[in-house]
Write a protein that binds this ligand. Structure first.
Ligand code: ZN
Length: 247
């Protein structure tokens, strides 16, 4: 079974459609690691599209803030502005869909999905020391996480932990990770709608664990059209600019 691994789409339908088009025919089921909305200009379009997919979807911190499950005041002012704007846009059935999304970890095939850290969905896993508990307590040898918007991950082999750099080179669309036995993997497909690892291309992954294979993908998309819609919506300028730089 080949799984399409989606995360942090953040209401960016242009990036999301670009990903779905390129991935067509390459996957059987999908998972979505949360943060469908927040930051971007297309919350309803993205939720509609996710709902059409044969996907297992969990919630992210922005999904919680938009629906009032978390307090948006805990966000920085820019993110908070986007949360409140998104709340006004959501159609009632999409609000209901978001508010009822399950919390990770959730199993999917041979792996599990979480939004942030294994034991705390809102916690960021940037560094090896933040990944350790998740690796030691991992419910499956492969766990996919999101939240940081940084493609890559961490491995634990015996007592040895390592950082995984899996971002494809700027002139390549994808890179392949061969999954080894007796290694635990915490893998981040990267963010579709708001990458923050210095590469503005939309990020996602495709996992085929029966064949010990995970592909990490990056795709250029029409960033300017998204920025125009954000400007029309009156979303904060720094959120518009950061898409250009992938930061
Ligand atoms: Zn996010």
């Amino acid at each position: 079974m080949r799984y399409l691994i989606l995360s942090d789409i953040h209401a960016n339908i242009t990036a999301f459609e670009t990903v779905l088009e390129a991935a067509e025919g390459r996957w059987d089921k999908a998972v979505c690691l949360g943060d469908l909305v927040g930051y971007g200009p297309d919350p309803n379009e993205v939720i509609d599209r996710v709902r059409e997919l044969p996907a297992v979807t969990i919630r992210g911190n922005h999904d919680k803030a938009v629906t009032g499950l978390a307090n948006p005041e805990e966000f920085n002012p820019l993110a908070q502005n986007a949360v409140l704007w998104t709340r006004e846009q959501l159609r009632p059935e999409n609000f209901d869909y978001l508010v009822n999304l399950p919390k990770g970890p959730v199993p999917a095939g041979a792996f599990s999905i979480i939004h942030g850290a294994l034991h705390d969905e809102d916690e960021y896993v940037f560094a090896p020391e933040q990944a350790l508990t998740g690796l030691l307590d991992a419910p499956t040898p492969v766990v996919f996480f999101g939240h940081t918007h940084i493609q890559g991950g961490f491995t634990l082999r015996g007592e040895e932990m390592a950082i995984l750099h899996s971002k494809p080179a700027t002139d390549k669309r994808s890179s392949v990770l061969t999954v080894e036995p007796d290694v635990v993997y915490l893998l981040n497909p990267g963010s579709i709608g708001q990458p923050r690892d210095g590469d503005p291309r939309a990020a996602f992954a495709i996992a085929d664990l029966e064949n010990q294979r995970v592909e990490f993908w990056r795709l250029p998309y029409d960033i300017q059209s998204v920025q125009q819609r954000m400007a029309q919506a009156g979303l904060p300028e720094p959120l518009i600019l950061r898409l250009t730089f992938g930061r």
